[in-house]
Design a protein around this ligand. Sequence first.
Ligand code: ADP
Ligand code: MG
Length: 576
Amino acid sequence: MLQVLPFLRPYRKPIIIAVLLMLVELTVELWHPLLMAKIINEGINQQNLSVVLRWGTLMLVLALLGFICGIINSFYAAYVSQNFGFDIRKSLFEKVQSFSFANFNQFPTSTLITRVTSDVTQMQNVVFMSLRIMMRAPLLIIGGMVMALAVNVKLALILVVLIPFLLWFLVRMMNRAFMLFRSVQERLDHVNGILRENLLGIRLIKAFVRYCHESNRFTGANKELMDRTVTALRLVEFIIPLLLLIMNVSVLFILWFGSLEVNTKSGNVGEVVAVINYATRITGALSVVSMIVMQFSRAKASAQRISDVFEAKADISDTGCANADLRITAGKVKLENVSFQYPGISLPALQSISFTVYAGETVAILGATGSGKSTLFQLIPRLYDVSGGSICIDGTDIRAMKLDVLRKQIGFVPQEALLFTGTVKDNILWGKEEASMEEIIEAAQCAQMHETIMKLPHQYDTMLGQKGVNLSGGQKQRLSIARALIRKPKILLLDDSTSALDAKTEAKFLASLNAYSCTTMIITQKISTAMQADTIILLQDGKLLAQGNHESLLHYSLLYQQIVQSQFGRESVPHA
Ligand code: ADP
Ligand code: MG
């Protein structure tokens, strides 16, 4: 809970105003029974109408004052809690942006979504309640006891003995509710996770007719969420009636003792009424407290989940010695003895890989699926850091460069073309916000996408659905290539990004890449593509098996020969 409190700091003033208004409301409430006692004792019992009118008017004025203070307090409570939630969501979003892939392994997408939305809402609710009623209820209980003692010590003693016990009981319940609500939020993560997977894979689910299976999976998670919530709420629901029962019994006691006191003239009716009035107000406050207990334990669970995200260490960041002036000038990439292991996985994904790509050259990376090609690419823009060895660009270790400087000069086209909701133009501009229309067209032309775009209903202003659903695989690939090219990157990484292009289009694209003076690394399955590269790197099980140009590999690499033969047949092995 404490870790999220600093988010309240900017709202100190409205919080103080809200608390002051709440205190006025509370004072008015605590005065009412006293005024009532006065009206009964001095007015009604003495049959003095002017006393009744005088104190009655005061009571009305005070009630009105309390009412107005309550409304203004609500206004400030809403203002503070909404801004507080807004700020936390903003900070969480920024924190998540700084996450490395290892952090995402720790926090899967669905839990991050729940944490940024539902958990923050829980916190918001608790802030609102705190400012509106949370403090008022405990203060009303204490204030009520003090006032009751002031009115009649003997009668009030019943309350003084009983209430601390009830509060102790509530705190114990709160701890249990905390555990239960934490598991409720975890179940919510699960429901979100399944929902998310389903929405992303809806085409596949329809094509495989897996609706029933998925529906059962969702129902299962949904039911678990309901069961946990019901268990948690049941605990809380049991608290309120129990409290009411105990308090009502104590009111009966007060009445009984009170009637004895009135009979023996050691007390009066006004006092008894006032103490009973305090007791009922305290009862009301206690049931509010138990509601608060529920909300608080829920918020405590949520606060912890939010803090976990804030406390996660983004393990890839600028190193202490990062030099802000370092830029990629030529684009020579040198890997020296690079090895890499995914966090938490014992088998290395890459082992002692060494090769050099000279500035402006093109290198093709070939290898079976799972051989570590994509892993190798992720190391260059430092999406992961190497576990051993080093990667140097233009002679500088990439860890000595500023992370965003490094990444801004690399054009990265991932294996899965991911587009964003928006127009075609927006998606290309995503690579370089300030680019002109000429630059956009130039990038699209190089990616062999311009003509396709011109045939779309609104050309560059055509809206793309979520993840570009209204484009074909090859179109998505070309659009994500254009997005990378618009940056005029010094180093271009294409992760199997031309797999869905036909041979002719691909050849045209590779030829037009020559206009860009960038070092290009292409992961490919196609020999026809690899042949056009200056160097071919052959990976197998995370190790570098062979490197050289087409001719030399054909000469001495058995695996390369096999791949070539599988694609071209034994007879027609092509020569570059
Ligand atoms: P390729 O791109 O050559 O098909 P990858 O580089 O994607 O292969 O994967 C290389 C190996 O690393 C595979 O054995 C794969 O299971 C493993 N791997 C890939 N991504 C992850 C990840 N995020 N966490 C753990 N292991 C991974
Ligand atoms: Mg891959």
